[in-house]
Design a protein. Structure first.
Length: 170
């Protein structure tokens, strides 16, 4: 009962720029209606399940998003197109699956991305033109990439099914 009340009130917190609700035992889904003007959102280690809410796509000032160490499932929806300020994304240690969303290519400020220990598939080519400095894609089901740009960053890639012709560095 209290949880659903909290959901409806969070989006009313229009002045809130930092929300850290990490390391709780909330369970259930991530609240759908989140404060729209957040710059930092930390929902790590909260026992959340289900999918990441599409309302994150409306947080155009968001710079830091951490949804790691939960039980999130399904494919990440294509909700990142307007998040050009986002510089750090951590969705590691969940059960997220499918190909990376094409809107990842719009993350023009992204410097650190942590996708390890999920069930992502396909190529990571959608990340090739981002200004990444740190990328961890370990322990997924990725199979390839063609980009020279990704070879010069701090890249952790073990535990995938890379095509031999694609990866020869590190």
């Amino acid at each position: 009962r209290g949880r659903s009340t909290l959901e409806f009130q969070l989006d009313r917190l229009k002045s809130l720029t930092i929300l850290d609700m990490s390391n709780n035992n909330f369970g259930g889904g991530i609240p759908y209606q989140l404060p729209p003007n957040l710059q930092q959102l930390n929902l790590a280690n909260d026992n959340f399940n289900g999918a990441a809410p599409y309302s994150i796509s409306l947080m155009t000032s968001l710079k830091y998003l951490n949804i790691s160490h939960n039980q999130l499932q399904n494919q990440l929806s294509d909700m990142f197109g307007q998040l050009s300020s986002l510089s750090t994304l951590d969705s590691s240690f969940n059960s997220l699956s499918g190909d990376l969303p094409t809107s990842f290519s719009s993350l023009s400020s992204m410097t650190s991305m942590y996708l390890q220990n999920n069930q992502f598939t396909g190529s990571i080519n959608v990340l090739s033109n981002l200004p990444l400095e740190n990328l961890n894609v370990e322990n997924n089901q990725f199979n390839g990439w063609d980009s020279e740009q990704l070879k010069s960053i701090n890249l952790h890639k073990d535990g995938n099914s890379w095509h031999p012709r694609v990866l020869r560095s590190r």
